[in-house]
Ligand binder design. Structure first.
Ligand code: PEP
Ligand code: MN
Length: 334
C-alpha cells in the first residue's frame, strides 16, 4: 500500500500516523521528496481500513498495491482448489452439471426431475426450499418440508443436494444438505457468511446482483477466514441497464475470477437469461470461458412452475445443453 502525505504535515503528526500504521504489523519505507512524503507499507495490510486512512486530514492519497483477499487469492495458493462433494469433484479440471427446479414443489415433482436430470448428465441436484422472492405474496418455498423432499430425492437417486440457506437460524435443518447455497441477495450477509465459515460443508456462493468481482471474492474471504475453504463461486448475471434479459451474464467474470482465485467458478445461465431459449447459448459461452460447472434450472412443466418458470428448461432441453457443453469441453481439452 502506498500512502502519500500532504505537503506541510508536521513531524509529530507524521510520527503518530506511522506509529498507528506499525501497530497493524507492517513495515514502513519512507521517502521524503521535495513536494511530498510517500510511505510504502510492506506486509499484510488487509486489516488497514483504506477509507478511514484516506479521510485523515494529512493524507493526500492511498493506493492499494496488493489485493485485500488473501485466502482466496491465487497468488498465495497457485493450485486450483478442488471441492469434493461426496466424491464428486468440482474445480481443477473437474466439470459438473448441477440441475433441478428453482423450487421444490412436491414429492412427485422433485423425484421426477431428479431422475431426469441425472439421466441427462447432472451429478448434483439443486432445488430451493427457502426462496428469496421479491414479493412477499409470491410462493416462499416449502421450507423444512422442501428440505425433507430433497433428502428423499437424494436417497432415491444418490445425487448430492444443493439448496439455499437464507437465515443462519435454519442451519440445523441443513444437516443432510451437501452444498449450501448463498443466494445473490445474501452475498453480503456477513454474519451468515461468518457462521458458514465455521461449518465444514461446501458453500456455493452466488455473485450479488450488483457486486463487483472483488466484493464477491471478499465474501468468499469471509467464509474462508472462518476456516472453511470449500467455496464454489457462481456467476449468475449482474444487473445492468439492459432490459431484454433478466440480468447480464458477465462472461469476463468467469475467465477473470479463475485468474484471481484458486476457487472453482461455476456459471448459472438460468438466472442471467431469465428466459429459457437463452440458457443454452449462455451455458456454452460460460463453458468456453473456462467455467468449472454449470447450474441450470430444470422443470417438468415450466409453464406451471411456482417460481422462475420462464427460464426453466425441460429435461430434454437440458440434455441438449449438456451434450453441446460437453462438445465444447472436448474441443478445449484437445
Ligand atoms: C436460485 O438459485 O434459485 C436463486 C434464487 O438464485 P439467485 O440468488 O442467483 O437469484
Ligand atoms: Mn430461481
Amino acid at each position: 500500500m502506498v500512502v502519500v502525505i500532504k505537503k506541510g504535515t508536521d513531524e509529530q503528526q507524521l510520527y503518530n500516523l506511522k506509529e498507528w500504521l506499525k501497530s497493524f504489523g507492517v513495515d514502513i519505507n519512507e521517502s521524503k521528496g521535495e513536494y511530498e512524503t510517500v510511505l510504502g507499507l510492506i506486509g499484510d495490510t488487509s486489516h488497514i481500513d483504506t477509507d478511514l486512512l484516506s479521510s485523515l486530514a494529512i493524507i493526500d492519497s492511498v493506493t492499494r498495491i496488493s489485493e485485500p483477499f488473501k485466502a482466496a487469492n491465487r497468488k498465495f495458493h497457485p493450485d486450483d482448489t478442488v471441492v469434493d462433494v461426496n466424491g464428486i469433484k468440482i474445480g481443477g479440471g473437474n466439470f459438473q452439471y448441477i440441475a433441478g427446479p428453482c423450487s421444490v414443489e412436491s414429492e412427485e415433482q422433485i423425484t421426477y426431475i431428479a431422475s431426469e436430470v441425472k439421466k441427462a448428465g447432472a451429478m448434483l441436484l439443486r432445488g430451493g426450499a427457502f426462496k428469496p422472492r421479491t414479493s412477499p405474496y409470491a410462493f416462499q418455498g416449502m421450507r423444512a418440508d422442501g428440505l425433507r423432499l430433497l433428502e428423499e430425492a437424494k436417497q432415491q437417486t444418490g445425487m448430492p443436494i444443493v439448496t439455499e440457506i437464507m437465515d443462519i437460524s435454519h442451519l440445523d435443518l441443513f444437516e443432510n444438505v451437501d452444498v449450501i447455497q448463498v443466494g445473490a441477495r445474501n452475498m453480503q450477509n456477513f454474519e451468515l457468511l461468518k457462521e458458514l465459515g465455521h461449518t465444514h460443508k461446501p458453500i456455493l456462493l452466488k455473485r450479488g446482483l450488483a457486486a463487483t468481482m472483488q466484493e464477491l471474492l471478499m465474501s468468499a474471504e469471509y467464509i474462508m477466514a472462518g476456516g472453511n475453504n470449500k467455496v464454489i463461486l457462481c456467476e449468475r448475471g449482474i444487473r445492468t441497464f439492459e432490459t431484454y434479459t433478466r440480468n447480464t451474464m458477465d462472461i469476463s467474470a468467469i475467465a477473470l475470477l479463475k485468474e484471481k482465485t484458486h476457487l472453482p467458478v461455476i456459471a448459472d445461465p438460468s438466472h442471467a437469461a431469465g428466459f429459457s431459449r437463452l440458457v443454452k447459448p449462455l451455458a456454452l459461452a460460460a463453458t468456453a470461458a473456462g467455467a468449472d460447472g454449470i447450474m441450470i434450472e430444470v422443470h417438468n412443466d415450466p409453464a406451471h412452475a411456482l417460481c422462475d418458470g420462464p427460464q426453466a428448461l425441460t429435461p430434454e432441453q437440458f440434455k441438449e445443453v449438456v451434450d453441446d457443453c460437453n462438445a465444447i469441453r472436448d474441443i478445449l481439452n484437445k
